[in-house]
Design a protein around this ligand. Structure first.
Ligand code: NI
Length: 254
């Protein structure tokens, strides 16, 4: 298989410290044609840009993850704006709300989410949204601002997915779709038109079956494509071809 475009990865994570260069040097031989490496705080946003500048096929997203909301410098928007001016920065992300890990910073998370959406709109960049156990507030904020972007590792219902589509946004699916208990994600994949789907790893996490529990990498997206292909009744290469085009379109990658 080829045309694997990973719309959400974290190769700057310490899980890749031992063999990052070997891994990133070999992925293109496994059919990987593009990767968007996401920041989660200032430090990983800077390292995402550095990584993107080192490899032609890697692009960066810069942003503050909701779990980091209370550990962020006051001038984070200025810092992100400067970083985002780099030509390999294609998105603001990952940003959003996480009420699973952090119930204690809800208001702060909402504030950071909205300010980063405004920055993305100012720069005419799409956003990459993290929403965990916060579907109501996430959708309310998205409906208010109508940004371009993707809801990554989508964990909402098919009903919520319909609202996402109405906003013109994309839905990102990854390893979780292949898990045994993936009923909701399968329902989302069933209703979702292929032209609104992006594939992703969220590596090093979320490796798909049969690699579940191992360190994830972009070549394993082929297993996710196989699962989508089964659900949609098309062949896996078509899924990869279409989702690659979707990713290029959303992030304006030629
Ligand atoms: Ni992520």
């Amino acid at each position: 298989m080829n045309n694997i475009f990973d719309s959400h990865a974290h190769y700057t994570d310490k899980a890749f410290n031992e063999d990052r260069e070997i891994m990133l040097g070999s992925l293109t031989e496994s059919g990987v044609c593009g990767i968007i490496n996401c920041g989660a705080d200032i430090e990983s946003s800077v390292s995402s840009i550095e990584l993107a500048n080192k490899y032609d096929y890697i692009y960066a997203a810069c942003g503050i993850h909701p779990e980091e909301a209370d550990k962020t410098p006051e001038n984070y928007i200025d810092i992100l704006r400067d970083l985002a001016k780099n030509e390999k920065c294609v998105a603001i992300g990952e940003i959003g709300l996480d009420y699973y890990w952090r119930q204690d910073t809800k208001d702060l998370q909402k504030d950071l989410f909205e300010k980063q959406i405004l920055l993305a709109k100012e720069l005419d960049l799409p956003i990459i949204v993290h929403d965990r156990e916060a579907h109501g507030d996430t959708m309310e904020i998205l409906k208010e601002h109508c940004p371009k972007g993707v809801l990554h590792c989508f964990s909402g219902s098919a009903e919520t997915a319909k609202e996402v589509l109405k906003l013109g946004m994309y839905i990102g699916l990854g390893g979780a779709l292949t898990f045994k208990n993936a009923r909701k994600a399968v329902e989302v994949a069933e209703m979702l038109p292929l032209d609104r789907l992006l594939l992703e790893t969220d590596c090093p996490y979320m490796a798909p079956v049969p690699m579940r529990g191992k360190r994830n990498n972009s070549s394993y997206i082929s297993f996710v494509a196989q699962k989508v292909a089964e659900i949609k009744g098309v062949d896996p290469q078509t899924v990869l071809d279409v989702t690659m085009e979707n990713t290029r379109k959303l992030f304006n990658i030629k």
